[in-house]
Design a binder for this molecule. Structure first.
Ligand SMILES: [Zn+2]
Length: 319
């Protein structure tokens, strides 16, 4: 028995040459478009959006968008054309990823606050101690001046008593006066003793204030030691993640020191998204390490040239 499986009617329909042509064309276009994509990694203008923001960064979406647009403007102002488009539906996202880097910034802020608190405690302690010390000095001066007078009068009284004793006794009037003198001296002696005790309690108060201040400072210093612990780990503030074709997939932000620094970080990573590499120019936003005063960083002529070169590898005219 010989037999052949007949062509299915539907297949036979497609196998007709006139049907095959548009199908091949369709495939050719598809493959062509797929092959073209990697050769054009910039794909400018690049659409981007803000992805997730870890709440520990302490910034909201509106602010993140504003800073991204500032960074965008740094490039577009110099390039003189549209390079980026904020587009909520874009899959190229800027994500704020919290790790030990942002934790280090939070710790350093807490450290600054601690230092400020410490200074305030120190100031209060010194003020209180100096007020009490002044009070002590006044009491001490009062006591010493009264004591000198008291001792002089005590010596005069003793001399008078000895004088009359050598003579076998004082006349009644003198005797009464000497007894009164003696009572006055005893009373003043007691007052002087209370003054001395008051002055000494005041001196103890100064010491107590200084001790309390020292305890507070010690406690703060201990927390400083904890906060000062070294943060190990990578030190890049942000990164532009790319696929194997060097197309930007995401920007990850790891550190936000302040608004200006975030703008600079984003501008730098946008540069990487355009396939612009690091530059040695200390004024360039594309320099590898940000340090010190960064206010003046900018998109340089070299950055723009690198952007054009990266996006037009054939050297053809701008798109
Ligand atoms: Zn970089």
């Amino acid at each position: 028995m010989s037999g052949r499986i007949p062509l299915r009617a539907s297949w036979r329909r497609w196998a007709q040459p006139r049907r095959l042509v548009p199908l091949l064309l369709f495939f050719a276009f598809g493959i062509g478009a797929f092959c073209l994509m990697p050769s054009n990694p910039c794909g400018l203008p690049l659409h981007y959006s803000i992805g997730t923001i870890d709440p520990r960064f302490g910034i909201d979406r509106t602010e993140a968008i504003a800073r991204a647009k500032d960074a965008q403007e740094m490039w577009e102002k110099r390039a003189g054309r549209r390079l980026l488009v904020y587009d909520e539906s874009s899959r190229f996202k800027i994500d704020f990823i919290f790790d030990e880097r942002q934790q280090a910034i939070l710790d350093s802020r807490a450290l600054d606050q601690h230092r400020a608190d410490l200074k305030a405690i120190d100031r209060r302690t010194q003020t209180a101690a100096s007020e009490v010390a002044t009070k002590y000095q006044a009491l001490k001066a009062q006591y010493e001046s009264l004591l000198a007078d008291f001792e002089l009068r005590g010596a005069q009284h003793t001399a008078a008593v000895e004088y009359w004793n050598r003579r076998g006794g004082a006349p009644p009037r003198v005797f009464d006066a000497l007894r009164q003198d003696e009572a006055d001296l005893r009373f003043e002696g007691e007052y002087l003793e209370s003054l001395r005790e008051q002055a000494n309690r005041t001196a103890d108060g100064v010491a107590a204030i200084v001790r309390t201040g020292k305890t507070a400072v010690d406690a703060y210093n201990q927390s400083l030691t904890i906060l000062n612990r070294q943060h190990e780990g990578p030190d890049e503030q942000a990164a532009c993640i790319k696929d194997s074709e060097k197309r930007p997939v995401a920007i990850q932000v790891y550190e936000v020191l302040d608004e200006a620094e975030l703008t600079r970080s984003l501008a730098h990573e946008f540069g990487h998204a355009f396939n612009v590499e690091h530059e040695n120019d200390p004024r360039s936003i594309m320099k590898e390490v940000f340090e010190g005063d960064q206010e003046e960083l900018e998109v340089t002529d070299a950055s723009i040239a690198a952007l054009k070169a990266a996006c037009n590898p054939s050297g053809s005219a701008d798109r």
